[in-house]
Unconditional design. Sequence first.
Length: 438
Amino acid sequence: MLTAFARAFKTPDLRKKLLFTLGIIVVYRVGTHIPIPGVDYTNVQACIDQASNGNQGLFGLVNMFSGGALLQITIFALGIMPYITASIILQLLTVVIPRLEALKKEGQAGTAKITQYTRYLTVALAVLQGTGLVATARSGALFQGCTVGGQIVPDQSIFVTLTMVVTMTAGTAAVMWLGELITDRGIGNGMSILMFISIAATFPSALWSIKVQGDLADGWIEFGTVIAVGLFMVGLVVFVEQAQRRIPVQYAKRMIGRRSYGGTSTYIPLKVNQAGIIPVIFASSLLYIPALIAQFAGGSSGWKTWIEQNLADTAAPPHIILYFFLIVFFAFFYVAISFNPEEVADNMKKYGGFIPGIRAGRPTAEYLGYVLNRITWPGSLYLGLIALVPTMALAGFGANQNFPFGGTSILIIVGVGLETVKQIESQLQQRNYEGFLR
C-alpha cells in the first residue's frame, strides 16, 4: 500500500489528484470544528467532557460518522450520514419502483438521474435530521446527565432555530459537494473517503481515553492489548473482505460474417461478505428507534424501563442477541435485493455464456442462488461477530460504545482503504500501459 502511494506521488498528474484530495480533507476537518450560530460553545464542551467519561448515548453512531462533529453541534454536524441514508433508500426503492429500475438499466444517463434524486433526498433528510438535532439540543436530551445540558441553546426563538437548521443543511450540502469534488478531480470514492476520515479522526482520542482509564502499568497494558486486538481484527477483516467464490463462466464461439467472437473464459466473483457494511447500519438504526422513543417519553412507565434496561443498554443480553440476529437477517435481505440470479442468468444466456456442467437459463439461476445462500451464511455470521466487538470491549476495558476498533468503524476503514489502494494501482497501471503503447 505504501509503495502504491509512493509511486503515485512520483507521477505528476496523480500527485496533483492526491494533493487536491488532501486539501479537500483539510477543509472538511476545519468545518467539523466551526460551531453553528445560537450554540453556547462553552456549555457544549463541558457536556462533551462529561460524556467522554461514559456513554455517548443514542447519538454515538452518527457522531462517529461525522468525525465527532455531531456532539459539538458544528456546521458539519450531520456529516455524510444523510447522504448514506439517501443512497440506501434509493437503492432499496430501485427494486420496488419500476421507474427507478428502468433508469438503472439506462447506463450512465440513468445513473446520473438517480444521483440527482439522491442529492434532493439528502437535502430533505438533512432538514429533517437537523430539526431533530436542534430540538434534542434545546430539550437537553442530547447530553443526558449533563448539568448544563439544557443551556446549550440559550436563545430558543424561532429565528435562531431556523438559522441553526439552515446552517446544518447547508453544511450537509457542502459535504456532499466536497465528496463529489474528490470523485471528479481527486482520486475518486469521494464520499467513502470523507467517511473514512471522519471515523479515523476519532481513533487517537478513543485510544488515549483507554490508556487514561486503564489501571495496569498506568494504562499501557490495556492500550497495548487494544492495539494488538485491532491489528488482529484488521487482518481478519482484510482476509474476509477479499475472500470470494469464483464461479467459472464459458462463452461459446459465434461466427459473425468472417469473424469469430466469444470462446473466452471468465468467472463471476461472489464475495463472502456480499452485503458489506449495510446490515450493521440497518440493525443499529432499527435498534435505536425504540430507545429513542423511550428517551423522549415522559414518566417512568414499565415499557420505558424495560426498553432502557434491555434495548438501550448495549451490554444487555437481549440487545446483544437481537442485534446479532438483525445483522444476519439484513445480510440475507440486502443480498437478495442487490443480486438477482435470474437477471445474471438471463444476461449470460443472451451473450452465449454458461457455467460448465450447468444448463443455461433457470438451472443457472437456481445454482447461483444456491451458492449465494451458502456463502452468505458465513458472511452474515462474520458481520455479527465483528459488530459485537464494542460490547466485549465495553465489558473488558470499560471503553465507551465507540470502541476504536469496533465493528462498523473497522469495516469501513478497511473497506475504503482497500478500494482506494486498488484505484490508485489501477491508475498507475493505466499510465504504464500508455507508456508501453507509445
